[in-house]
Write a protein that binds this ligand. Structure first.
Ligand SMILES: [Fe+2]
Ligand SMILES: [Fe+2]
Length: 342
């Protein structure tokens, strides 16, 4: 143990100012009533994936191709949702470092908890449907299952590339900028889980999608409330970062909400065909993955909603020609710039 050379308390009546940013605010300011409401809703609406009606699930009513196809969709989702708990935990730390008001800290805590629930749900579905807790070391039973595992490996590789970039991006950007990326994921997620709920037959999945969709709706409300608070006073530098972020977020999130753009995602040529085949099999088994057209429509609507929000604050929107949206060209999209979350 080292001995303090200079004991300030011997020579000073009060301690010196603590250098900022300091990770803990001794302060519980509350200015945004909406955020307090969302926090309270998150407590009321808490759910436990392990307590869903798993006993109603009859695995023998599914063929192995169906089981592997449904597990594949959950694997695809978990490429995003299994990274969401650490991603939001990092953002939660930031809310403390910058001494955000108390309801913002609480809301970020709730998002972190929700995303872990989503990740737990992915794990339960995969483990039940494959009879194995890990889609990468599982031994496929069918030929389609083999190709899907190859897809899963490539997805995992791609998703793993952005954590380092994200960690270095969080301290660089204001929370206001981070929120634009979060909002993109939340808008789209809230819609896709609604569709999955409407179109799925299995009770345990319906329940899960109902809960996840409601969680994502709250996440969206959090983003909107913080944007309403901060965007009116935002400077032009942050605005142009947001334009770039939205383009990057589109490319990243397309993999789960639409289809992965191949110039951004490093995936083999047969990837899309395998995935489409699995989605068809899963749909046939009553698992409600939207069709290509429905996904495109959903994604386009989410983007138009987001554009509506950003237009209000005069933030230029990027061109997204993939879903017929014109705007500012953003070309130098790099993994480093990505702060998307689902
Ligand atoms: Fe989520
Ligand atoms: Fe979310």
């Amino acid at each position: 143990m080292s001995i303090l050379k200079e004991r300030l308390s011997d020579v000073m009546e009060l301690p010196p100012e603590t250098p900022q940013p300091n990770v803990y605010p001794l302060s519980w300011q509350s200015h945004t009533a909406k955020l307090q409401e969302v926090w309270e809703a998150s407590l009321r609406e808490n759910w436990d994936p392990e307590k869903l009606p798993w006993d109603t699930l009859d695995l023998d009513s599914y063929s192995w191709e169906e089981r592997e196809s449904i597990a594949y969709w959950w694997t695809l989702l978990s490429v995003f949702d299994a990274s969401a708990p650490p991603v939001f935990a990092e953002a939660l730390v930031k809310t403390y470092e910058v001494h955000e008001e108390d309801p913002v800290r609480k809301c970020f805590f709730s998002v972190t908890r929700d995303e872990q629930n989503h990740e737990i749900m992915c794990g339960l579905a995969i483990t039940k449907f494959l009879g194995h807790p890990d889609p990468l070391t599982y031994e496929p039973k069918t030929e389609l299952g083999k190709r899907l595992q190859k897809n899963a490996r490539w997805l995992y590789y791609n998703g793993g590339r952005y954590w380092t970039g994200y960690k270095s991006a969080v301290p660089r950007y204001d929370l206001a900028v981070l929120f634009s990326s979060f909002l993109m994921g939340e808008i789209a997620a809230a819609t896709i889980f609604k569709q999955m709920f409407d179109n799925s037959r299995e009770l345990v999945f319906k329940e899960a999608f109902r809960n996840i969709g409601r969680d994502e709706g709250r996440h969206m409300a959090i983003c909107m409330a913080v944007m309403e608070r901060d965007y009116p006073k935002m400077g032009p530098d942050n605005k142009s970062v947001i334009t770039k972020q939205i383009r990057a977020g589109y490319l990243f999130l397309s993999a789960v909400l639409f289809e992965p753009p191949m110039d951004f995602w490093d995936l083999p040529a047969d990837f899309i065909d395998n995935q489409r085949e699995a989605e068809e099999v899963a749909r046939g088994a009553g698992f409600g993955i939207p069709t290509y057209e429905a996904k495109k429509e959903n994604w386009r609507n989410a983007i138009i909603n987001l554009k509506g929000v950003l237009d209000r604050y005069n933030i230029p929107f990027p061109a997204i020609p993939e879903v017929d949206i014109t705007g500012e060209e953003v070309s130098d999209t790099e993994m480093d710039d990505i702060i998307p979350v689902f």
